[in-house]
Design a protein around this ligand. Structure first.
Ligand code: C2E
Ligand code: CA
Ligand code: CA
Ligand code: CA
Length: 275
């Protein structure tokens, strides 16, 4: 491929090596990324298994002029440590809503990832409601995906806060379900509508019955308590069929589509419509 030497070098590094090489610069560069217009939002389709309805998860991308493309696994972790994640999540909320406002038909329902640090911010409710009002979005079009990369400091306060957001109409999902020792406790105490089973649990379900039974038990538990389930990381038709058969509500993964910029997804959907 005709890419110049520098780019090839950056591209061939995995996320871990990039982190080691650039760590001193990473935080400083990240703080400049918004101003330099280096952040962009990709969307990945989520397919509802019974209705066929398609929604999208917003996934942040950073194309740094200095460092090359940096994986979210790396820069989100850095931003969480420094506290800058609140500003990033706020930028994501604003820009997702803006894009929803522009292409109302296409981006009707979108999931946004929020870090625990952002949930602790006293302005979150205002930031969300203000964006919804300005872009004419009903809160029920937005689902908030919650992960705990940092420990919850005040569980009681969080429960109250999430309850308020849910009353306003926002939908709430527990992300990376099963990956934390606290997953079941979150399911017990947090007022959520959905869990997203982490892709690590989906990977081997076709070949390993033990792993499949774990996933289908999570599904039947969720059904009993009235919580919807999304399977993450569905990469093959066999995985999709197994999860559908087990009663999974939504599927997401490379089998359907990788995350992509909104205008590309738009073109893809027009192509299928015309076929
Ligand atoms: P996540 O929320 O669990 O997102 C799913 C990750 O799996 C994404 O990685 C997605 O690109 C990837 N993925 C989707 N389908 C497949 C598949 O079939 N196979 C495989 N192997 N991977 C798949 P990504 O985009 O690199 O994001 C990594 C993490 O960064 C996310 O994990 C999320 O925790 C965090 N993140 C991304 N955007 C934001 C954001 O705007 N705010 C916050 N706070 N966190 C974000
Ligand atoms: Ca997510
Ligand atoms: Ca995950
Ligand atoms: Ca995650």
């Amino acid at each position: 491929k005709q890419i110049d030497g520098n780019e090839v070098r950056i591209f061939n590094l995995d996320a871990h090596s990039r982190e080691i090489i650039h760590k001193p610069n990473l935080e400083r560069e990240l703080r400049r990324a918004i101003g330099k217009n280096e952040l962009t939002i990709y969307f990945q389709p989520i397919i509802h298994t019974r209705t066929g309805e398609i929604r999208y998860e917003a996934l942040l991308r950073w194309f740094s002029a200095k460092l090359g493309p940096v994986s979210p696994e790396v820069f989100i972790a850095t931003a969480e440590k420094s506290g800058y994640i609140q500003e990033i999540d706020r930028w994501v909320i604003e820009n997702v809503c803006r894009e929803m406002g522009i292409v109302h038909q296409r981006l009707k329902r979108v999931s946004i990832n929020l870090s625990t640090k952002t949930l602790e911010s006293s302005e979150l409710e205002y930031v969300l409601c203000s964006a919804c009002a300005r872009y004419d979005i009903n809160p029920n079009q937005i689902e908030l995906e919650l992960t705990e990369h940092t420990l919850l400091r005040d569980e009681e306060e969080l429960i109250v806060k999430l309850g308020r957001l849910r009353e306003i109409g926002f939908r709430l999902a527990i992300d990376d379900f099963g990956m934390s020792h606290a997953s079941f406790n979150y399911l017990r105490v947090l007022p959520v509508d959905k869990i997203k089973i982490d892709k690590a649990f989906i990977q081997n379900i076709v070949y390993d019955s033990r792993e499949f039974h774990i996933v289908s038990s999570i599904l039947s538990l969720a059904k009993k308590i009235g919580v919807d389930v999304t399977a993450e990381g569905v990469e093959t038709k066999e995985q999709a069929l197994l999860m559908m058969g087990a009663g999974c509500d939504e599927l997401q993964g490379y089998y359907f589509s990788k995350p992509a910029p909104n205008d590309i997804l738009l073109k893809m959907s027009e192509k299928t419509k015309n076929q």
